[in-house]
Ligand binder design. Structure first.
Ligand code: DNO
Length: 356
């Protein structure tokens, strides 16, 4: 595995490449052209400039998170083929730049959903949290307004103000779309992009829906082992794979994470590792430190399963707590993610050595 950290680019991130490099644990970054709209073409020059910046800082560019898929593609509206064409050209340019892993999602309207971005823990650190009762009591627009003030001046992926301003229209766009239609639209998209992925050896890594159930009545499909295996079979190509995100699949306690990892052997192209702590019942949780004993998941068993299936792709410590008075994008500060990287590297080293 290759330990990485997500980096939003020097214009958007509070964390610098120099800081990331000095962690010593992290050898590469996962980044994106954060200002690109879904459906917009990424030129080769832009991609090469992004890559050069990362490499000049002594790090590798281990993959892209995300090349976002437009709502036209997700809903099969008239601009779908135009947007797919531009997605294919973007993949082609990434391939030419020798970039071989692309994370994306197929979630309607929202990317991941949380109801609080800074829930205080007893030690004074803060974490992202989700409460179903809070979602049930609020409209999507109000929810955005209520968390907008907790973003520490950053732009959070999937919660861009321009996008949230159109939230009503977006809901209308998805009004006739159920799980089956979404699966069909995903199949159409994947079939169209697989030839360019084959040509340039690009691993597509779909990110799960977070949380793993319908939010505000919207369909959600990438939520369970059954659904993800269905997705793989429907376009049976090794380049059609997943981002295994423990914090997203793990929102459903029915998902046995190590077992899912084993079932996805050969198709996990990217891993996001974090821990959750459940409160009152299943649908109320907050994010925890990566350490197993701080949350619900057995991190050793998760890393062990990745080792056993021969996972050799990029991995990143996902959302950290906000600690030591850092002010950063919620979930994406330096300090706790660096602790997470160190811990995950420690687990990995011991698993590797015990198996030599
Ligand atoms: C949240 C992230 C997601 C993820 C996208 C992938 O912190 O894991 O925003 O990047 O869903 O497209």
């Amino acid at each position: 595995m290759q330990m990485t950290m997500r980096w939003y680019g020097s214009k958007h991130d509070t964390v610098t490449l120099k800081q990331i490099r000095q962690t010593a644990y992290v050898k590469g970054v996962i980044t994106t052209l954060y200002d690109k709209m879904p459906g917009e073409l990424w030129t080769l020059d832009e991609i090469l400039a992004m890559k050069r910046e990362v490499e000049d800082a002594g790090l590798a560019l281990a993959g892209i998170e995300s090349v976002n898929v437009s709502d036209a593609i997700k809903t099969a509206s008239p601009e779908r083929d135009r947007d797919i064409d531009s997605y294919i050209k973007t993949l082609e340019n990434l391939g030419k730049a020798d970039i071989h892993m692309v994370c994306y999602n197929f979630m309607p309207v929202f990317d991941w959903t949380r109801t609080e971005l800074a829930r205080m823990r007893p030690d004074g650190s803060t974490v992202l949290a989700y409460s179903q009762a809070a979602v049930d009591a609020i409209s999507p627009e109000k929810m955005f307004d209520s968390i907008a003030g907790e973003m520490n001046g950053t732009v959070m992926p999937g919660w861009e103000p321009e996008r949230m301003a159109k939230v009503k229209e977006l809901f209308e766009l998805y009004s006739g779309i159920d799980d089956e239609t979404l699966f069909a639209n995903l199949k159409y998209f994947l079939e169209a992009i697989m030839p360019v992925c084959d040509k340039y050896d690009i691993n597509m890594a779909i990110h799960p829906d977070d949380p793993a159930w319908s939010v505000f009545g919207l369909p959600r499909i990438i939520i369970s082992k059954e659904n993800i295996l269905r997705m793989m079979k429907m376009v049976d190509n090794p380049h059609n794979g997943v981002t295994f995100c423990t914090g997203s699949y793990g929102t459903s306690l029915r998902n046995n994470l190590p077992e899912m990892i084993r079932a996805l052997k050969g198709r996990i192209h990217f891993a996001h590792i974090r821990n959750l702590k459940f409160n009152d019942g299943e649908r109320d949780f907050e994010e925890a430190a990566h350490l197993s004993s701080d949350g619900t998941f057995d991190m050793h068993a998760i890393m062990r399963a990745l080792y056993d299936i021969g996972f050799d792709g990029p991995i990143r410590p996902d959302h950290g707590r906000m600690i030591w008075d850092e002010v950063a994008m919620p979930g994406y500060g330096l300090y706790d993610r660096a602790l997470g990287a160190a811990y995950l590297c420690g687990l990995w080293e011991s698993i590797v050595k015990e198996n030599q």
